[in-house]
Design a protein around this ligand. Sequence first.
Ligand code: NA7
Length: 546
Amino acid sequence: MVSSGTTTHDALVVGAGFAGLYAVHALRNQRNLDVVAFEAGHGVGGTWYWNRYPGARVDIESVHYSYSFDDELQQEWHWSERFPAQPEILSYLEHVADRYDLRRSFRFGTRIVALDWEDAESLWTATTDRGETHRARWVFSGAGTLSVPKKPEFPGVDEFAGEVLLTGNWPHEPVSFEGKRVGIIGVGSSGIQAISEIAKTAGRLTVLQRTPNYATPIGNYPTDPREEAAEKAGYAAIRDASRNHFLGVPYSDVQPSALAVSPEQRREVFDDRWNRGGFRLFIDSFGDILFDKAANDTLAAYVRDRIRERVHDPATAELLAPEGYPYGTKRPPLETDYYEAYNRPNVELVDVKANPVAAVTETGVRLADGTEHAFDVLVLATGFDACTGPLLALNITGRDGRRLAEHWSDGPQTYLGLMAAGFPNLFMITGPQSPSVLYNMPLAIEDHVDFAAAAIDHLRARGLDVIEPAAEAEREWVAHTEELANATLLPQSPTSWYLGANIPGKPRRVLVYLGGAPAYRAKCDEVVAAGYEGFTLSARRVPAQA
Ligand code: NA7
């Protein structure tokens, strides 16, 4: 039911992170479309708006993790560090919002609570949590991939007398840990970054670890002016190389196989990538690390040895050394002095695998065996309902009243990770089964927005209004993404969010395309060259004359 106050726009954009900002630029500034955009937060930034926990930092070099669409922007912007911290990335996105005058299209502090397709007029109606409705021909979801924090699954969280803080929804006012007893649950990328910082000031920091992680050094350093000048001089080539790299970061020293070299040569390669930092061990050491268990074992053993070298107490080192699942099948965290935090007298590690967290109590946490840990602050770094969670939270109903939640009840079904059959004109920027979280996110976003915006140009040039994947194309894409994932070691991870395995009850399906960014882009180009193969393009229904 459309209320009388409903306004109709060409396009509606969800989110003011990297994706939503670029979508508004591409649609409004570059195409002169009438665009309305919504953001639940009170400012731009998306991930970098919400994740303000101490230590929050990007783990891809910002020369790569930044927009490429405007050469003047990338020439003028200066990053102070190789891997900048959250406040600097937020400043960058605020600068982008101002530079391209994007804020005026956004309603901030406004969440979309429902999106309904109206077949009669081929329009989407969005309902906001303020009770407003807006209609639009096109919807671009920039709702993100890691933006819906996993719900705390511990009974008693509400009874805790101290403060509960979520890394993914961190308070805006400064938090002091000085002299406090702090407990933290979770040792993924967020937990590892937060632990390294909180350990410096907390009176006592207790880390409740379930699955140890293969964290390796990020290798951060202040920007070197000569390196920066050289990169800016060759930026076009860098971007080109990124877009032609499997994971969208132009590292180029990968060797064919960890098993084809001697142990000494292997160690040399691992040492070099370890010392240079970034995701080099993951994607630029040996090409078979993610595909061959024996090759993977060599790197897993190497990382365990390095952890043991850094942690003084042997029992703590053993607890921190991951066993039982291959390296890289959970996204490897990057760190600075993370393992050294455990050498501080104020930091203790508690194994909650064998003895899980049973409940949060008024004073802290109780474990299954009855042990109590008392805290003033409890930090939950327990992850996200990745990839599908943000889209399902929009409460989407497509053609014939079919709900997206129903369509995806057995896991996501998309074509190209961008659209779903029965949900016309809805572009899911970095959606499930696209390279998204295994590509360099700003480039993944630009590629998706550009593809979608060009599809709109194509339709408009032909007097058409509706684009939708064919069910058969969707089925084939889902099967293809599964096949690619099964050729890797990824399905061997017990709890990875790549598979939805971190959320109890979530269908266990690969949420990401594993064929690499170049193969994905080649497929998208083929689809376009063949006249949007796999999609149905049509005109909107013409309402009957009264
Ligand atoms: P992650 O990587 O999903 O990590 C979540 C952590 O929380 C992980 O160590 C989990 O252990 C732990 N966790 C979750 N639930 C529990 C319970 N019930 N008990 C104990 N421990 C628990 O999330 P992050 O926010 O760190 O990182 C997400 C992505 O953001 C990251 O990969 C980057 O792309 C940026 P588990 O492994 O499930 O045993």
